[in-house]
Design a protein around this ligand. Sequence first.
Ligand code: UGA
Length: 449
Amino acid sequence: MDGIRISVLGMGYVGLAGGMGYAKHGFKTIVTATTPSKVENLNKGIPPFYEPELEGLVRTEVNRGMLSATLNNLEAIRQSNVTFICVGTPSLPDGSADLGAVEAVAKDIGIAIRDKDGYHVVATKSTVVPGTTENLVLPIVEKYSGKKAGKDFGLVMNPEFLRQGQAVHDSLYPDRIVIGEHDAKAGEVIHKIYRDYKNDKEEPVPILHVEIKAAELIKYAANSLLATKITFANEFSRICEEFNIDVYEVMKGVGLDFRINPMFLNAGCGFGGSCFPKDVNAIVALAKKIGVETPLMDAVLYTNDIQPMHFIDIIKETVGNLKGKTVAFLGLSFKPDTDDTRATRALPIIEKLYEEGAMVKAYDPKAYYKFKPLTDLPIGYMDTIEEALKDADFAVVQSDWQEIREIEPETLKRLLKKPIVIDGRRSYDPERLKKAGVVYKGVGWKNRE
Ligand code: UGA
């Protein structure tokens, strides 16, 4: 294959951050979307969502002529010889993944490569259950192209491990690259794309070549294990609270074992986002379908659902009856540095606060436009943290954006009716707040001391 030219179908976090990375590494890349305004804006260097540093990097690549967008999948595929499938695979009501978008773009790939000369590599990046690339993508591409996989076109599955909020960092400096290959030639082409990628210590990135189905499962297994680590810390947080022990101190002691590592042991009011809840549900649904029991994953989902209600219990233990109380609610996105509110724990917590008779004045730096459509509750959406805090009975933190973490104890004392913070994310040093005269309570803290 002569020079690699890339098309990326889908302009979400995976498609755009990945596409920007390919362009930055010198591969001419076209990304596609189905919304005209997204394409127009991208061609002016404006991404369709907020992600730290992304806009500047996208603009640079657009201005250099390395990155562009189109509405036309066929045109993008024809101008390239490697196509990444980066469309969404949202949850269906039974927890399984909706593969409608994957099927649609596989058909486009088939049609586009029908009359195209030369070898073309098709790479699934969307999160799909084992067997999807070979049993769904492959036959559709073969049917519409009249060509043969492994001969006329290559097929791989190359999962993405980026975190929202750190999409730029994770796609430019990955820990590892996994290439599941249907045919070795296709695997080699994808290997070439990532050959010069370094991790954030400037070391070469390990590139793992595996069976295509193994690559599909690696993505689910990694997300399920990370969700399990968080859930483990959340369960221990409740034990810690009973004994007035700090769960962060406990998990620090646990995480220093190099076999465990300290990451993803931060207890909080539960994991949200578009990945962990969706992927654990999908693996549970798949296992059920094939008759495999998954008591551990079932428990992860169960514990994560009740964790926001446990947070409500901490709030009630601290302030008593919620009727008529005004709550300064800080952070609506599912985590800091993203405007994404999918499966955010803010929603069940706020719903319960209203059910208990409280009123919410919320603050989030970026997420209003995505949160507002989720609920009709009469939430006050404030322009500043100060407005949210002013005359509220107490403050609750759900998503620890830096500006929320940086609130000074004096500000809390000046603006809140009573200086009480109930922290769902360990955003503050509890001792510092206590010393300054602020009542600090939170998940996994010594709330009963
Ligand atoms: C997650 C994975 O971390 C990525 O590796 C993966 O590529 C991605 O899903 C995906 O499948 O696309 P993401 O959902 O963007 O990334 O965000 P995380 O940083 O993993 O956080 C997920 C949720 O877990 C958030 O609600 C966060 O607040 C919570 N969390 C995270 C904790 O409660 N405690 C922790 O220690 C870490």
